[in-house]
Design a protein around this ligand. Structure first.
Ligand code: NAP
Ligand code: FE
Length: 367
């Protein structure tokens, strides 16, 4: 067995009304909180109200930035950070899907380093953040337990992982915030979590600890398979989806993601395909390409699927309509992926341009 390390410093608290129960934990981070969230969902699902009540109870002042967009841009992160600086925020609470949670990490880095500009989100120097607390309200990204954040870089016309490492100090998981998530968001985010479990399991950096988590996550996904196909989401199903998504985050915090994530970014940037769906469209062809057939077969058996065709048909059915892309675009996205060295490095075997092109061609309808 190769040498490995395991580092997951985020404290996780799970359960009904967990924020109300554990509200006193906020006091260790300071007297002024900066809440970072999307435009509407956290107001409707009760998560924002629970946070505000917990802060008031602890006599902690707060201000709110509620303009986080999907696939957050560096410009938006910088704008929010400037507000956070003028508000003299001691810590950040990100509430929502991966977009607000990732934004909270970028904003935290820029607040903690007042001279830093949006370009420094990708600087070589590792910068620290003020403390970040995460309240996920989608079951997909696992951002509440990863050090990563992905921002849209409009100069390079793609999404890129920022170069810093910000593990949230605490993740509060409460299934009740997910109960009214629209079907499409539920499905796309669940497939993002599935991609994390699969890509992490097959990564160069996978180890026995991350594999143990991935295997549990994959067998929990199997239990949600029918509900995702029927769009029938009980509390118990959403609870499993939330926990398997956090397991997926714990896996990629060790192993990183690889080709489907790297290849999906241009599909999201240029065709507005939601992140999880973009990964999901590429998964079957990626698994066909993977040389570790033993691990691929374990994935299929944990998902209770007889072969990759069954997985492909299932994913097409739940993800919905086909995407049409020109051959010229596929070629451009192949070039962009082949330059994403960090994703290629996580695939355990050599990958060349032809391999990427084939995965795209097998996965997408093209004209
Ligand atoms: P998202 O972009 O955060 O949110 C998608 C939509 O879902 C938004 O319209 C949001 O509305 C809505 N929403 C969120 N929670 C809801 C709820 N409980 N009920 C109803 N609607 C809800 O989606 P996401 O898929 O969770 O995050 C995707 C982002 O995370 C991408 O940028 C991706 O690259 C990144 N990501 C990060 C990691 C990581 O490790 N850091 C891993 C994978 C992906 P509002 O805007 O009103 O809130
Ligand atoms: Fe993802």
């Amino acid at each position: 067995m190769n040498n490995f390390g395991y580092f997951m410093p985020t404290k996780i608290f799970y359960g009904k009304n967990v924020i109300k129960e554990k509200g006193s934990l906020f006091t260790q981070f300071g007297k002024k909180a900066f809440i970072v969230t999307g435009r509407s969902s956290s107001k409707k699902n009760g998560s924002l109200e629970d946070i505000i009540n917990a802060l008031k109870e602890q006599d902690i002042d707060y201000s709110i930035f509620d303009e986080v967009e999907e696939n957050p841009s560096m410009e938006m992160v910088e704008k929010a950070a400037n507000i956070g600086k003028s508000e003299k925020a001691d810590f950040i609470i990100g509430i929502g899907g991966g977009s607000p949670l990732d934004s909270a990490k970028g904003i935290g880095v820029l607040i903690n380093n007042p001279e830093a500009k949006k370009e420094d989100l990708y600087s070589d120097k590792k910068l620290e953040s003020i403390p970040v607390i995460a309240v996920p309200t989608t079951a997909g990204t696992g951002s509440e337990v990863t050090p990563y954040a992905i921002f849209t870089d409009n100069r390079e016309k793609t999404k890129k992982n920022f170069s810093h490492r910000v593990f949230p100090k605490i993740a509060f998981l409460d299934t009740k915030y997910l109960m009214d998530t629209p079907d499409k968001v539920t499905i796309n985010t669940a497939v993002d979590a599935l991609s994390h479990l699969i890509e992490g399991y097959l990564s160069t950096k996978a180890n026995i600890l991350s594999d143990t988590l991935a295997e549990k996550g994959l067998s929990m996904f199997k239990e949600c398979k029918g509900a995702l196909a029927e769009k029938n989401f009980s509390y118990e199903v959403r609870e499993k989806l939330l926990l398997l998504s956090t397991l997926g985050g714990m896996v990629i915090a060790q192993s990183g993601t690889s080709l489907p994530h790297g290849m999906g970014y241009p599909l999201t940037y240029f065709h507005h395909i939601p992140h999880g769906k973009a990964n999901g469209l590429l998964l079957k062809a990626y698994l066909e390409f993977c040389e570790d057939k033993g691990k691929v077969n374990t994935i299929l058996s944990l998902l209770d699927m007889k072969d990759l065709d069954e997985l492909g048909v299932y994913l097409r059915e739940i993800l919905g309509e086909e995407i049409f892309i020109s051959e010229e675009e596929i070629n451009a996205y192949t070039d962009s992926t082949i330059n994403n060295k960090s994703k290629l490095k996580n695939h355990p075997y050599e990958v060349n341009r032809e391999d990427i092109l084939n995965i795209y061609k097998k996965s997408l309808m093209y004209k």
